[in-house]
Design a protein around this ligand. Structure first.
Ligand code: IPM
Ligand code: MG
Length: 354
């Protein structure tokens, strides 16, 4: 298990640090885990002048899986666009062909009160968002800011998807639905955008290979509303890059804290990059306050999807459930009467539970 570890920026090094303790514990129990670290994002810019430098490229290409903390910080916001941390993240996704982004939104029963929605609306919530990650308006050409024929400045991005790009993410989504409750909702804006009308058409075509899955379609604006109105109607949702970016943040808050949610980004062969769904939280960086559970749960997803070790995945997930049941809480999920812990304190609790 060759794992490239990219701590990144902000709270990245802290949450990754606690996750490395979890991996160390698994190694001590016999898993053949090998770890090598490299910088990505702002940390890489500081060291090499680039957000995704060659040393990092070489390491991640040779690895079986990548564990990432988070990238970005206000000190990098004024850099030229190609040098910004976010570009490093987009570049590694594209370079490794990580087109399938799985973002589960699961509500742990102990955290039902942490959600801003009523407990009856969210209790038992378990949604999997499948976001296409290497196409769409994020990567479409042409893009830029220029001066038009009238001498006025204008800006443009291009929403585009090829048929093969839509087909492969459709197959991933249907296969996941087959392992769950066999309901798949494809999110589009087919009433306005040709790109997503095309997306919908291909979803319907691929559905013929999965007769046991019930496919439905929803416009993205309605999906945003339904997620807060009645989120439990969803099992698996599949959508393009930009809609998936937005809806997955929204879905994460149903569960109380984005600090709880892991993610996996997979290529055609289940090589994957695993990262928390949240960002680098510069405001609390270096203070030992961050919630490391999303990153620890990302390591569980790594065991499941890349290494096929359901046993190790469940073991990590059970340890997390146990610390929640025991009342350990970082600030983002703290409740009256809970045992308030730091980032490293949460790491201690998870390692003990393991
Ligand atoms: C995410 C983030 C990234 C994205 C940013 C940091 C480029 O918001 O992983 O959801 O938009 O994909
Ligand atoms: Mg996002």
């Amino acid at each position: 298990m060759k794992i490239a570890v990219l701590p990144g920026d902000g709270i990245g090094p802290e949450i990754v640090g606690q996750t490395l303790r979890v991996l160390d514990a698994l190694r001590a129990d016999g898993l053949p885990i090998e770890i090598e670290q490299a910088p990505l994002g702002g940390a890489a810019y500081d060291q090499y002048g680039q957000p995704y430098p060659e040393a990092t490229q070489t390491l991640v290409r040779a690895a079986d899986a990548v564990l990432l903390g988070a990238v970005g910080g206000p000190q990098y916001d004024q850099l030229d666009r190609p040098l910004r941390p976010e570009r490093g993240l987009l570049a590694i996704r594209k370079d490794l062909g990580l087109f399938a982004n799985l973002r589960p939104a699961v509500l742990y029963p102990e955290l039902a009160d942490a959600s801003t929605l009523k407990p009856e609306v969210v209790s038992g919530l378990n949604i999997m968002i499948v976001r296409e990650l290497t196409g769409d308006i994020y990567f479409g050409q042409p893009r830029g800011i220029s001066v038009n024929e009238l001498g006025e400045r204008e800006a443009y991005n291009t929403m585009r998807y090829s048929e093969s790009e839509v087909r492969r993410i459709a197959h991933v989504a249907f296969a996941i639905a087959m392992k769950r409750n066999r309901r798949l909702c494809s999110v589009d804006k087919a009433n306005v955008l040709e790109t997503t009308e095309f997306w919908k058409e291909i979803m319907i075509d691929v559905a013929r290979d999965y007769p046991e899955v019930t496919l439905s379609h929803m416009y993205v604006d309605n999906a945003a509303m339904q997620l807060v109105r009645n989120p439990k109607q969803f099992d698996v949702m599949v959508t393009g890059n930009i809609f998936g970016d937005i809806l997955s943040d929204e879905a994460s808050m149903l569960t109380g804290s984005i600090g709880m949610l892991p993610s996996a980004s997979l290529d055609e062969n289940n090589k994957g990059l695993y990262e928390p769904s949240h960002g680098s939280a510069p405001d609390i960086a270096g203070k030992d306050l961050a919630n490391p559970l999303a990153t620890i749960l990302s390591a569980a997803m790594m065991m499941r999807y890349t290494f096929n070790r359901e046993d190790a995945a469940t073991r990590i997930e059970n340890a997390v459930k146990r610390v929640l049941a025991e009342g350990y809480r970082t600030g983002d999920i703290a409740q009256a009467g809970s045992r308030r812990v730091s980032c490293s304190g949460m790491g201690d609790a998870v390692v003990a539970a393991l």
